[in-house]
Write a protein that binds this ligand. Structure first.
Ligand SMILES: *Cc1c(COP(=O)(O)O)cnc(C)c1O
Length: 361
């Protein structure tokens, strides 16, 4: 079979080296004679793996010591409930910034748990989508926290600047941008990410939470959503998703081996620039997001003639370029180009886009 480049938004492709290593170790991990997925999470071998994965993630993201790293179940959406349950007092309120469909979904879920003030921050300027400057966001200083989504996976809108409003704790859904570029963790109270975009397979969710925020969960918070319970039990209050944790550990090792986050950030910038430049210079394709807010991870683009969509997708697939169909909410195409997507995949996509354009002018 010739090489396939998978542009799926999630679950997304994993680095080939990681997949090969997992395959080699599949039925006999570290000479245990067992697969890692068959071992007790409390065995000394698995505990060592778990600790190493956390240490590697801490090193990659430069996570300060006063933050806990939790390996959770329940995906990004599990956190949509866990965050208000853990951080929003019954009589408090939280600010939810809406910049696309995921932040909107987070706000909707949070409304089940208390007073949520929701505001849309996306404007249209000269036919392009922009995010309103922070000065125009309405954030009251007594908010329990501010929730936002730095990278909107569906809409292809990314914010690279980090909001700051006095001491209001900043909570970020980084599901589709974690580890794609360097960030200062100190600027966040809590970061969370479903693993299936940039970390590993689905089933694992990473939560990075400042220690002083623990201990305030609502009394009726389910234990598996309670950060304090997770932290006190080293993410092993119940059986963690062990195989996903193992694969995440391999991805962290791989990322270190290619130079860490700042090295991959450079590659990610190059990949995204290649596609956006090509799209901007063509009248056949378009992207309607202001360059300042274009996602480096999820690149939506539209054919000027949408009747060619199906033809585009089926011919792309024949070339080994798969999962390019845009999300049903926004239509068109979407190329998700997370850390694991090599630059060759992006080059091949552009070559195809160019030849498709020439043949269908
Ligand atoms: C994929 C995604 C989610 C949802 O994650 P699940 O694990 O399916 O619950 C949430 N937020 C963002 C930004 C995402 O990209």
């Amino acid at each position: 079979m010739s090489v396939v480049y998978n542009f799926c938004a999630g679950p997304a492709m994993l680095p080939t080296k990681v997949m090969s290593k997992a395959q080699q170790e599949f039925i006999n991990w570290q000479n245990t004679g067992c697969s890692v997925m068959e071992l007790s999470h409390r065995s000394k071998e698995f505990m060592a793996l778990a600790a190493k994965a956390e240490a590697d993630l801490r090193q990659l993201m430069n996570i300060p010591v006063n933050y806990r790293v939790l390996f959770c179940h329940g995906g990004g959406r599990g956190q949509f409930s866990a965050i208000p349950l853990n951080l929003l007092p019954e009589n408090g309120h939280a600010e939810y910034i809406v910049s696309g469909s995921w932040s909107k979904a987070a706000a909707k879920e949070a409304q089940n748990f208390g007073n949520i003030r929701q505001q849309n921050v996306v404007d249209e300027l000269n036919g392009r989508k922009v995010v309103k400057p922070f000065e125009q966001w309405q954030v009251s200083p007594d908010a329990a926290y501010l929730h936002y989504c730095p990278n909107e996976t569906v809409d292809g809108i990314e914010m690279f600047d980090i909001p700051k409003f006095g001491d209001v704790p900043i909570v970020a859904d980084m599901s589709s941008t974690i580890l794609s570029h360097d960030i200062d963790v100190n600027k966040f109270a809590l970061i969370y990410a479903g693993a299936q975009k940039n970390i590993g397979p689905s089933g694992l969710t990473i939560v990075i939470v400042r220690e002083d925020l623990l201990g305030n969960a609502r009394i009726n918070t389910p234990c598996i959503l309670n950060y304090t319970t997770s932290a006190e039990n080293d993410s092993m209050y119940n059986t963690p998703p062990t195989y996903a944790w193992y694969l995440a550990g391999l991805v962290f090792e791989w990322l270190k081996s290619v130079g860490g986050v700042s090295a991959i950030e450079n590659v990610n910038k190059r990949k995204a620039k290649l596609i956006y430049d090509y799209v901007d210079n063509s009248t056949f394709y378009k992207n309607t997001i202001d360059p300042e807010f274009r996602s480096r991870m999820n690149v939506p683009f539209w054919l000027a003639d949408e009747s060619l969509n199906d033809k585009f997708l089926s011919e792309a697939k024949e070339q080994g370029l798969v999962a390019l169909k845009g999300h049903r909410l926004v239509g068109g195409m979407r190329a998700s180009i997370y850390n694991a997507m090599p630059i060759e995949g992006v080059e091949k996509l552009i070559e195809f886009m160019q030849s498709f354009e020439e043949r269908n002018q």
